[in-house]
Design a protein around this ligand. Structure first.
Ligand code: C8R
Length: 248
C-alpha cells in the first residue's frame, strides 16, 4: 500500500507544488501587510496561511469548488480603489509594467493575488502534505483543480468589486485578443457591474503587425457580453508596446 500510494504522487501531468509553499505564503503575507500595502491591513497572516492550506490539504485534487476557498477569500477580499483596476489576458508582464508606471493595480497587487502569484499547489487525499511531485493539469487531468479554481474564485470577486473606469490589456498579436475561454473572458468580463466603464487596449509585439483589432470578431464578442450587462466599453488598438507604455 505504501508503494502504491507513493507512486500515485506522480500521476498528474502538471507541475507539482512549489517547495516551501507554506513558508513562502507566510513570508509574502508578512511582507505585504508590513511593507507593500500596510494600509490595506489584513493583518492576520497566520489565519490566512491556515485558511489557504486547509482549503485543499487532504482533499481530492480534482474536486475543488469555489466554496473551498470561501473562508480564505472572506479573510482577504480583493478590492482596489475606483478607476485603478487593470485586468489582462495573455499580457501578464506588460500589464504589470503598465500598472506599475501609472500607479494602477492588478489582482497580483491585492493580498491573495500577491501570495499565490507564480506558485503551484495541490494536496493528496488522506495525506497532511502537499504533493510536490505533480498536480492536475487543466487540460490533461481536470479543470476543477485547486490551482485553477483559486484563480477563478479570486478573479470573480475582484471583477465584481471594481468600480469606475477600469482597463484591460489584451494581446493584439494573437488572432483572438479576447479569448472567451480565458479567465478574463469567462470570469471577469461577465462579472463586471453595470456602473463600470471598461477600456480595452490592444497591444502588439514590437516589429510585428497587429493580428486583431477593436473591430474584429473577438472584440465584438467582448462588446456583446458587456452590452448585456450595460457596461460601457472603449477600445484602442494598433498600439506598439512603446506607444502603450509611453505617454501619447
Ligand atoms: N488572473 C488570472 N490568472 C492568473 C492571475 C490573475 O491575476 N495571476 C496568475 N499567476 N494567474 P491568461 P487569463 C495564472 O490566459 O486567463 C486574473 C493562472 O494560472 O494569460 O485571461 C487577472 O485579474 C491563469 O490560468 O489570462 C487577469 O485580469 C493564468 O495565470 C485575468 O484573471 C492566466 O492566463 C487573467 O487571466
Amino acid at each position: 500500500i505504501y508503494k502504491w500510494h507513493h507512486s500515485g504522487l506522480n500521476r498528474w501531468h502538471g507541475r507539482g507544488s512549489t517547495a516551501d509553499f507554506q513558508k513562502i505564503i507566510q513570508e509574502r503575507c508578512d511582507d505585504y501587510t508590513q511593507q507593500i500595502r500596510p494600509r490595506a491591513r489584513s493583518g492576520n497572516c497566520q489565519g490566512i496561511q491556515q485558511a489557504f492550506t486547509s482549503a485543499f490539504i487532504s482533499k481530492d485534487p480534482c474536486k475543488a469548488t469555489k466554496e473551498d476557498y470561501k473562508p480564505l477569500l472572506d479573510l482577504a477580499y480583493p478590492t482596489v480603489p475606483c478607476d485603478k483596476a487593470v485586468f489582462w489576458s495573455k499580457t501578464k508582464e506588460l500589464a504589470h509594467e503598465y500598472a506599475k508606471r501609472r500607479g494602477l493595480l492588478t489582482l497580483e497587487d491585492t493580498l491573495l493575488g500577491s501570495l499565490a502569484d507564480g506558485l503551484s499547489w495541490c494536496g493528496e487525499p488522506g495525506s497532511p502534505d502537499l504533493n510536490y511531485q505533480s498536480c492536475p493539469d487543466w487540460k490533461k487531468d481536470c479543470r476543477t483543480n485547486y490551482f485553477s479554481v483559486f484563480w477563478e474564485a479570486l478573479s470573480e470577486r475582484f471583477a465584481e468589486n471594481v468600480c469606475g473606469t477600469v482597463q484591460v490589456v489584451l494581446n493584439g498579436s494573437i488572432e483572438n485578443a479576447f479569448d472567451k475561454m480565458s479567465i478574463f473572458g469567462r470570469v471577469e468580463a461577465p462579472n463586471l457591474s453595470p456602473t463600470v466603464t471598461l477600456k480595452a487596449w490592444l497591444v502588439h509585439d514590437p516589429g510585428k503587425p497587429p493580428s486583431d483589432s477593436c473591430s474584429g470578431p473577438s472584440i465584438k464578442e467582448l462588446e456583446s457580453i458587456l452590452n448585456q450587462r450595460s457596461v460601457r466599453f472603449i477600445c484602442r488598438d494598433n498600439l506598439s508596446r512603446d506607444q502603450f507604455l509611453g505617454s501619447f
